[in-house]
Structures are given as C-alpha cells and as structure tokens.
Design a protein. Sequence first.
Length: 202
Amino acid sequence: MTGEILDPSLAIGDTGPRADDGVRLWFQGDEQLASTIPGLYRKQGPSFVKDLHGRFAFAIHDTHERTWLLARDSAGSLPLYYLNTHDGVRFSSRIGPLLKYLPRVELHPPALIDYLAHLWALEGKTFFSGVRLLPAGTMLTSGGEQRFFRHERRPEDRSIESWSAGIVETLSTSVSRAVAPGVAWHLSGGLDSSAVAVFAAP
C-alpha cells in the first residue's frame, strides 16, 4: 500500500491483522496505517473499499480464500499498473518493472491516439500493449475491474444559496477528515489555502 487514509473513524487498534487472517498486504509507508487495511478487509470483505477516503493504491492477497484485490482511490491520486499473465496478475506503481513480463514490448496505438487528442490516455490505457493503469475509483479482482466510485456530472436546478451551502458542507467535511488538530499552516495568500485554514480553525 502507498498513500494515506483520511478517516478518523477508523480505529486501528481493533481492526489490525491477526495471525490467522491469511491476508497479506503490499505497502510502502506507515506500518500502523497498513495494519488497518487487512482488518477492514477481514470484517467487510472487498466492499470496505467503498468507504475509504484519502489517497491510496494497494494490493491484498487472501491466502485463505485464494483471492486477491487491487484498489485505487476515487481521484486516482497514485498510480497502480497491472498486467495479466499466464500465471496470474503482475502489478506495480511504475510501468518499468512490468515490461519484462511482456512477450514483446509493443506500442498500444489507442493510447497514443488518446494522448494526441487529449494529452492523456483515457480509461486505463497505457502506451504499452497489455499493461493497464487501474482507473480511479476501481478495484480489480480475478473477476475483472469493478468501479466502486464514479463522478456524477449532471445538471441541477439549484439556487445560489443551495450551491453555497453545499460547497461549505463539502469543504468542512473534507478538511475535518484530512487535518489533524494542532497543525501549523503556511498560507500562500490564495483562495484555496485560505479557505482550508478557515475550516481547520478550532
């Protein structure tokens, strides 16, 4: 796992792994945080991913059920690439280590077309045939990719007051999840850092 989970409601002490879990997690970073994920998986199964807030990319191997799970946060903050091979799935936070598992390294034309048209490749495509980038808000199991989060873009007939209240509520919720008490602030003078500082103030 790499990244961080922004959810103070996760009690690390009572969700940590047990010796009989049969759950292994690949991670880089905070060990205490990484111990939370196997416990949540044990209690709720793969569906626990839907309730996570933060920036993360991780892989879980359940040796009891002989299953595995890759997941990436809803914003796609951190990369997670994978490659299906004859003996399983290979994954990495970088494309380079996966190339040696390709029978032949070939350009993936649809990704190049996307890049020339939009300056990025869409829907998990990469420049290498066979290598995919797990899309944001998606988990991967032996059954394939499954979206657990999708940004909804739909027109809404709301008043300015209603939109303003919604923005305030969203900012307040986001800051309360991400900011620990007693954090010092360096303000750039811009609107974003000033707004966060206001909502973080006790």
